[in-house]
Design a binder for this molecule. Sequence first.
Ligand code: T1G
Length: 692
Amino acid sequence: MAAVTVAPHGAVTVITVDNPPVNALSQAVREGIATSVAAAEADDNCEAIIIACDGRTFIAGADIKEFGKPPLEPYLPDVVNAIEACDKPVIAAIHGTALGGGFEIAMGCHYRIAAKSAAVGLPEVNLGLLPGASGTQRLPRLTGVAKALDMMLSGKPVKAPAALASGAIDEVSEGDDLVADALEFAKECIERGPRRIRDLTVPEVDASVFDETRKKIAPRTRGLISPEKIIQAVELSTQVSFDEGCAKEREFFLECMASPQSAGLRHAFFAERAVGKVPGVEKDTPVRDLNSVAVIGAGTMGAGIAYNCLTSGMSVTLTDNSDEGLERGAETIRKLYAGGVERGKISESDMKAGLDRFATSQDYIDLSEVDIVIEAVFENMAVKKEVFGALDKVLKPGAVLATNTSTLSIDEIASATSRPEDVIGLHFFSPAHIMRLLEIVKGADTSSEIIATSLALAKRLRKVGVVVGNCFGFVGNRMLYSYGRENQLLLLEGAAPEYIDKTLYDWGMAMGPNAVGDLAGLDVGYKVRQERTDLPDDPRFYRVADMLAEQGRYGQKTGKGMYLYEDGSRKPTPDPEVGAMIQSEAERLGVERREISEEEIIERCIYGLVVEGARILEDGIATRSSDIDVVWINGYGFPRHRGGPMHYADSVGLDKVYEKVCEFEERFGSTYWEPPALLKKLAASGGKFADL
Ligand code: T1G
């Protein structure tokens, strides 16, 4: 089937792109469009041309799969310019999402009509790029500078009615037959003739808008290259000719395309789409309907999970064994809704509808008809087994039994029920209604139907669901132990907490490990370590964190932890008392104190992640290395532009990583740094985790 077909409709030639799944601009599509436009232009019977798409969407951009490979003609900028140069009006008929190169094709057209449910956008910044086929020069000419900057820097699509209001499109098709409406619109366009965006001028704007924009976006674009290139290219659109601006845009584009940042962001794009492909779960694996959920435990996590389910349209029953606890959880949910309305994120009616679907109960018998239970009680095995045993007696057959445990064995929890095949781990991250990651932990008996049902639930809750195997800490927290361990050892060896945090923050982590510990609460980790029986025989292991917890310094919630938090502020202040405590403990343990480089901090903490990640792959706890990357990017603040720990290691080169790990084994011992066989093998063969 040709990717591009042509059909005459009276005096109008309709060019249709059909390249599933999202009509990406592969070489065949580019060639098809270019030759079809040229043919129609040469056809005397043709007075106008419509470019439309089959399938679920208009062109959703360049074919990202072609990136990094030798570029093939015709190049996209040339196709866009050829469309514009056509001496017969060319109209883009947009449905679904016209994104990136797809919207640039539409802006090469002389007119744009869109279905009312359609959206247009230039999301290249999400891939570490900028529009590379004249988008930075065309959009400001249509919408003005401010709107163009907003669309390119946010990367967010704009719905058709707003796009019409901004000038990005010319017409909204109110009917159900877009091509029919486009054919009608073509009559008007034939009257008006071609209108070329290159001939338009960018509306006057105060030049200060560019620096103001830089300031505004700085906090969320820390360390990224392409946002600045976007601002420079749009600024040029107000200063130089269209073609000069496009030439500079292309230069910026090729620079960004070659950057490790874009490689990291492109890896993350495909990695997040690969997580849904789970061995044993096929397209036709049955998925159970989940419309009602009971959340067991009304603490911070329970209330957040309940709110997430309510805002996803489910009916929720929240339970807790304490009246105050239940009331506190219910109040938290009411406050979250009120806050959402106040910020304009939720309508009054949605809040009312949500709270109408919300109930509380302290009697499991009320849960007998729910479709799924999500348990979020205290992180203690005995307590969880008691809860699951009781639930097993009352829940209907076919109900899903899920636990939000962050470390404990799913198999052992499931052993408290008569239906281990219906038990699964759904590990949410705090705050549960905000964090995108959902670690879906399959037990030894968990059925593929329950896994498929959990993946569908993740999508419904607007989460990225990653299926992982059952072991202590699963993927995320298991690796966090190695990362945190190195932080703890570096503290004893002489690196101040604020120095370690700044080093990893500047490297791209959303927050340093010591600030994260104080945010999560040092008592949480302490209690988990107290329950563990498999900790290494090393008096230095998490010694600093244990001492702080034993002194009741739990972090933000107690006003002091590793840092001080004056008067309830969230701003960490170094505490000389902690520095002194660490120094004397190091001396007591005989740990030599020394100057430590930023490089060593980064390599020990990040390679600690990589080594544990390799062991997780060896143990089959993760299906693919990119799943590990998705967990760390979406659950632990790992910089998305570095692609996740495993991709980062691949980008450094596993031979170099292996060499450094061997050095660490030499210096710090094999308990923590014995190189995994997988790393050794890949390093020797020049392989990558991504190849696995
Ligand atoms: N190229 C190749 N494959 C793509 C693709 C693309 N642009 N977009 C999606 N796919 C694949 C995806 O991997 C998945 O494959 C399937 O399509 C469905 O995607 C010069 C250079 C369009 C909103 O950044 O945002 O143009 O896993 O699961 O949730 O200026 O995909 O099934 O095998 O995401 O319905 C700019 C990227 C490119 C848009 C649909 N465009 N795509 O979301 O489905 S850069 C983008 C999306 C550019 C020019 C520059 C979303 C979507 P598989 P999906 P969805």
